[in-house]
Design a protein around this ligand. Structure first.
Ligand code: GAR
Length: 208
């Protein structure tokens, strides 16, 4: 059997997308394995999820500036990934802009999930932005990470309706259900070598 793709997940919060990926990896046919969870705070709920799955968790202090990461922390994360043979980095609710050594080392090998249909509603509070704008449909996007904020080439999008009675919470929950399907699917495609970036577009090769 082909060797599985080593994955690092980066998270700042509750960790439900990390959990969805960890669950997918329990399937012996799934082509990826999570080698490490990296959090920017030990308090992140994702750290407890890692414990429950027996996945190593490394906390890296990213510096005091909100939404940003220090050059040293980026280097440390790149080293943690390299030491564990990580081929693919997955941001899952990681609330800092990735730059520095991690960005350079993992360009084209780093994915993010965003709770809106990009390029609409980039950045923070995407579900709230969508609701306030009055769109009829929202959803989630898995995309490659580049230097911008939620700007990299798009791998997968899944759509959900916005209902008249929706609150930020109910819309977020509906989107989250789709996130938990889309992210494992995107990681599978990457691990199977079926994604090719062509400018802004990501071309997906048919599976065997
Ligand atoms: C998810 O909805 C994810 O799409 C979002 O944070 C949440 C994390 O939840 N990410 C962003 O907004 C990034 N711009 P989780 O910790 O339960 O996976």
């Amino acid at each position: 059997m082909k060797e599985k793709t080593g994955v690092a997940v980066l998270a700042s919060g509750r960790g439900s997308n990390f959990e969805a990926l960890a669950r997918a990896c329990l399937d012996s046919d799934y082509p990826a394995v999570i080698r490490v969870l990296i959090v920017d705070s030990r308090e992140a709920g994702a750290a407890a999820v890692a414990d429950s799955f027996g996945i190593e968790c490394v906390a890296v202090d990213c510096g005091a500036k909100k939404g940003s990461m220090s050059p040293e922390s980026s280097e440390r994360m790149a080293d943690v990934c390299a030491d564990r043979g990580v081929a693919l980095v997955c941001l899952a609710g990681f609330m800092r802009i990735v730059k520095g050594a991690l960005m350079t080392g993992y360009r084209g090998r780093m994915l993010n999930i965003h709770p809106a249909l990009l390029p609409g509603f980039r950045g923070l509070h995407a579900q709230e932005q969508a609701l306030a704008y009055g769109v009829r449909y929202s959803g989630c996007t898995v995309h490659f990470v580049d230097e911008g904020v939620d700007t990299g080439p798009i791998v997968i999008q899944r759509v959900v309706p916005v209902l008249d009675e929706d609150t930020v919470e109910s819309l977020s929950d509906r989107i989250l259900q789709e996130e938990h399907r889309a992210y494992p699917e995107a990681v599978r495609l990457w691990a199977e070598g079926r994604l090719r970036i062509d400018g802004r577009r990501v071309l997906i090769r048919e599976g065997e």
